[in-house]
Ligand binder design. Structure first.
Ligand code: SF4
Length: 68
């Protein structure tokens, strides 16, 4: 599973960072999402999926079928 984010859509709410801080952080200048890792660890999958659902502007995407 691979994560992608659409920076132009992000409004910097921080919901993804609060939900999974090992995978998401926010840019110090504009507050928009920054990916720390695009392929999540297996034990982070559930919280990454939760972050996708919680993002208020649907700026996080999961590409399924690619496991490491
Ligand atoms: S939850 Fe969505 S809008 Fe909020 S910081 Fe993350 S990607 Fe951006």
């Amino acid at each position: 599973m691979r994560i992608t984010v659409e920076h132009d859509r992000c409004i910097g709410s921080g919901a993804c960072v609060f939900t999974q801080p090992a995978v998401f952080t926010q840019d110090e200048e504009d507050g928009r999402v920054v990916l720390l890792q695009d392929v999540p660890d297996t034990h982070d999958l559930a919280s990454v999926e939760r972050a996708v659902l919680l993002c208020p502007v649907s700026a996080i995407f999961l590409e399924r079928g690619k496991r490491r």
